[in-house]
Write a protein that binds this ligand. Structure first.
Ligand SMILES: Cc1ncc(C[n+]2csc(CCOP(=O)(O)OP(=O)(O)O)c2C)c(N)n1
Ligand code: SF4
Ligand SMILES: [Mg+2]
Length: 447
């Protein structure tokens, strides 16, 4: 590795959570797995979990490669066996957070039996399932979630099988936390993983994600960007949705959100409770009594909360610094030629649209009020003044709207200030009563 590349990798915000020495990764352009891993790494950082007490387990497949890229203890195990391996790890190391990160084929095809039983037992693990509707790594075969009519290498005339609705499967089997997102919903995904990491019990997060090379291409659905656009258009946020209503049809609506979040003793807690009932308070699991284990858990929770607070404080500080730099830079950036051209066009349009006459009703109302109270000459003057004011306001509002709509924020900011005055001047020229007002350009900048 050249020194530059090494420096770049060290400076990456992902170093510390991802094994930068293993970059570049194997995933295809536009594949959703990368964004999910990014969300996972971010969630781990924010959760306050000690990275030394975190283990990631994957099965085989493109998603299965995640275990090889994270900078935590990890196991890239055999196809369909991620959940039993994770279960063993959790039972042997009860203080460890164990996360399974695998594909839908791995988890619910060959590994389906392990999946439902871990959910039934409320095993204390987090399962993140990358659902790309296909066996990506092996050439795009049909999986248990491929929607009906979708084409795969094994269903060239369109899938005729009935697909699993994974949130319903997990919920019915006993999972205590069930959520679904798409790889486009990064913020929700980060938050959801963070939440799952901070709770106990079987937490299942499904992430709908594009397999650009096989599923998208075979079904003529465009590239990764088209997939993100599709997710944006077709995702329907429904927290608490009945999981029976979370089916996915080919290119149909995708219900997303947190569907299930309930408390129930985990597998180990249920075992403890049973044994304490039979043996009494002296019962020791992992060589500790129940109060000892509870005290230990409390201490760990406090450590996590402190770490979390420190991470959030550092992030806030960084965000404030970034905001300051951006403000300074944007104040210095002159409008580009294209922005200037765009602004001119907008101004022209806005000027044409801006009412030459102030809204009659508003003026009449004010005039009537003034006339009631003041002698005729004063009323005339006041009416002219009001007319100018209303004219100016309407023109400025119209300009602001048009400019903000057609240009980016930065351009809009500058353009609005500069052009509002011009438009006002133009409007005023059409209405002599407003001339006076037009001399003064609006001093306020708008966003
Ligand atoms: C026991 C066994 N059967 C089959 C395979 C072949 N195999 C490897 S990866 C894979 C597909 C994985 O699909 P999925 O879990 O959906 O992950 P993706 O590649 O789509 O991310 C299959 C069938 C295997 N490695 N081992
Ligand atoms: S084959 Fe599909 S799932 Fe695998 S890396 Fe490429 S796009 Fe992603
Ligand atoms: Mg898959």
């Amino acid at each position: 590795m050249s020194t530059d590349v090494a420096k770049f990798k060290d400076a990456s915000p992902m170093s510390g959570t991802l094994r930068m020495d293993r970059m570049a990764h194997i995933w295809c352009p536009g594949c959703g797995i990368g964004s999910e891993v990014n969300a996972f790494a971010e969630a781990v950082k924010r959760s306050g979990i000690d990275p030394d007490k975190l283990a990631v387990v994957s099965g085989i497949g493109c998603t299965g490669r995640v275990a090889g890229y994270v900078d935590f203890d990890s196991i890239h195990t055999t196809h369909g066996r991620a959940i039993p391996v994770a279960t063993g790890l959790k039972l042997a190391n009860p203080n460890m957070k164990v996360v399974v990160f695998s594909g839908e084929g791995d988890l619910t095809g060959i590994g389906g039996n392990h999946f439902i039983h871990a959910a039934r037992r409320n095993m204390d693990i987090v399962v993140i399932c990358n659902n790309n509707f296909t066996y990506g790594m092996t050439g795009g075969q049909v999986t248990p979630t491929t929607p009906q009519s979708a084409i795969s290498s094994t269903t060239p005339f369109g899938n005729h099988e009935y697909p699993f609705n994974l949130p319903l499967l997990a919920d019915a089997a006993g999972a205590t936390y069930v959520a679904r997102w798409t790889s486009m919903h990064s913020r929700n995904l980060i938050q959801s993983i963070e939440e799952a990491l901070s709770r106990k019990g079987f937490s299942f997060i499904e992430v709908i994600s594009p397999c650009t090379t096989l599923y998208l291409r075979r079904n003529r659905l465009g590239d990764g960007v088209d997939a993100l656009q599709f997710y944006q258009d077709s995702a329907v946020l429904k927290h608490g949705c009945d999981t029976r209503e979370a089916d996915i049809d080919f290119q149909g609506k995708i219900v997303i959100g947190k569907f299930v979040d309930k408390n129930k003793p985990t597998y180990s807690e249920a075992l403890n409770n049973r044994c304490v009932k039979v043996v009494g308070d002296d019962y020791e699991l992992y060589g500790k009594t129940v109060p000892e284990r509870e005290a230990e858990e409390k201490e760990e929770k406090e450590r996590i909360a402190a770490r979390r607070a420190a991470v959030l404080a550092a992030e806030e500080k960084l965000a404030a610094k970034e905001k300051m730099v951006v403000t300074k830079i944007s104040a210095k950036i002159p409008l580009s030629a294209s922005a200037k051209k765009a602004t001119k066009k907008i101004v022209k349009k806005a000027a044409a649209k801006a009412p030459a006459k102030p809204p009659k009703k508003a003026v009449a109302k004010v005039a009537a009020k003034v006339a009631k109270k003041t002698p005729a000459v004063t009323a005339k003057k006041a009416t002219a003044k009001t007319t100018a004011k209303v004219s100016k306001k309407a023109a400025v509002v119209a300009t602001k709207k048009a400019v903000t709509k057609a240009t980016g924020k930065a351009v809009a900011k500058k353009a609005t200030t500069q052009t509002a005055a011009k438009v006002v001047a133009k409007t005023a020229a059409k209405k002599p009563a407003a001339k006076k007002a037009a001399v003064k350009a609006p001093a306020k900048k708008t966003r």
